[in-house]
Write a protein that binds this ligand. Structure first.
Ligand code: FMN
Length: 346
């Protein structure tokens, strides 16, 4: 059934109710192998691929599930059946935490956008580790997005990230360091060149040692905010390059407010979806220009249609991720992008 047919019903639920409902449906779809097979057949794209090798990993196709959707690793089997080439679970913090008071997610339907101020609600590292302990090797690349607990001061943030790196190194194909959520007070201050170097150097050393000890390579990527000034972006990229980080996710949500139609536009939080698209593409172009294209870029920001995904590839991204697009276009977005046939080096 076409998503647009039952979208009005989903929109009768609050965004969080709708989210829990879809995660439950994905869980159900993942639990029973016949149901998984039906979902896989329904959403199977005629075009598989293109396969992309990035950071030493083979991605079966360029389209990924962005972080924050499956924070606790509940729906990865169902998401894989929708055709995602990679799935980024989390953001996970060392200890479980409730996040900000509800309501904290807002649908800006007229703008095809969302504002969220979730604040990393999640069931903690042990829970996620248990949920994804057998998830690798199921035909998609598994990323784990890690963040610090709200109660951890920035001076102690490294302890949280180190703990999570150790825990999820064996369970993931890549690790994403989140220093760009606008909803954890002070988190974005970790993006200055100095703070990033102090954080990334020990994390990079930890991962290198683990790679050497195990013979497995697990790339580290950093997710940046789209609200950095040009100088701040330069500083952050220098830190990323100096510390041997393997790639960047451009970007998280924005705290800026381009002109918006919806009366929810002034809600506090990070804006995602269509109004983020151009700002995000511009940032990707800057990162490619400043790094001479040497640093792999994963695009996350405002991909609602296949053409939006192609725009990110044309700007120099190696891979794309979607989140808000699923709310407006539906789960068939992955299939649509794959059938569109993304082209590199046009
Ligand atoms: C409700 C919601 C929760 C999110 N939670 C997280 C999160 O926990 N960690 C993270 O790195 N990004 C999170 N994001 C940001 C998305 O991963 C993505 O980077 C951003 O929404 C831009 O992509 P989009 O325009 O395709 O949604 C969240 C986004 C939304 C809408």
């Amino acid at each position: 059934m076409n998503y647009k047919t039952f979208r009005p019903l989903i929109y009768k639920l609050t965004p969080e109710q709708a989210h829990h409902t879809t995660i439950t449906m994905l869980q159900l779809a993942g639990w029973f192998p016949p149901a998984t097979a039906i979902v896989r057949a329904m959403y199977r794209a005629k075009n598989q691929g293109p396969e992309v090798t990035c950071m030493g990993i083979k991605f079966p196709n360029p389209v990924g599930m962005a972080a924050g959707y499956d924070k606790d690793g509940l729906g990865w089997r169902g998401l894989a059946a929708l055709g995602f080439g990679h799935i980024e679970v989390g953001t996970v913090t060392p200890k479980a935490q409730p996040g900000n008071p509800k309501p904290r997610v807002f649908r800006l339907v007229e703008d095809e956008a969302v504002i969220n101020r979730m604040g990393f609600p999640n069931k903690g590292a042990d829970f996620l580790a248990n949920r994804i302990k057998n998830a690798r090797g199921h035909g998609f690349v598994l990323g784990v997005n890690i963040g610090k607990n709200k109660v951890t001061p920035n001076e102690k943030a490294l302890d949280d990230y180190l703990q999570l790196t150790r825990k999820f190194f064996p369970l993931s194909d890549y690790l994403a360091i989140n220093v760009s959520s606008p909803n954890t007070p002070g988190l974005r201050e970790l993006q200055t060149r100095k703070a990033l170097e102090e954080l990334l150097e020990p994390l990079s050393a930890e991962v290198s040692a683990a790679c050497e000890a195990t013979g497995r390579s697990v790339p580290l990527v950093v997710k940046l905010a789209p609200d950095l000034s040009d100088d701040e972006l330069d500083g952050a990229l220098e830190a990323v390059m100096h510390t041997g980080i393997d790639g960047v996710i451009i970007s998280n949500t924005t705290i800026n407010r381009p002109p918006l139609e919806s009366n929810l536009a002034n809600e506090i939080g990070g804006l995602s979806g269509k109004p983020l698209k151009d700002l995000n593409t511009e940032m990707i172009r800057k990162v490619i220009a400043r790094t001479g294209g040497k640093l792999p870029v994963i695009a996350s920001g405002g991909i609602i249609t296949p053409e939006d995904a192609q725009e990110k590839i044309d700007a120099g991204a190696a891979l794309v991720q979607v989140y808000t697009g699923l709310i407006y276009t539906g789960p068939e977005l992955v299939q649509q992008i794959l059938n569109f046939g993304l082209k590199y080096n046009k």
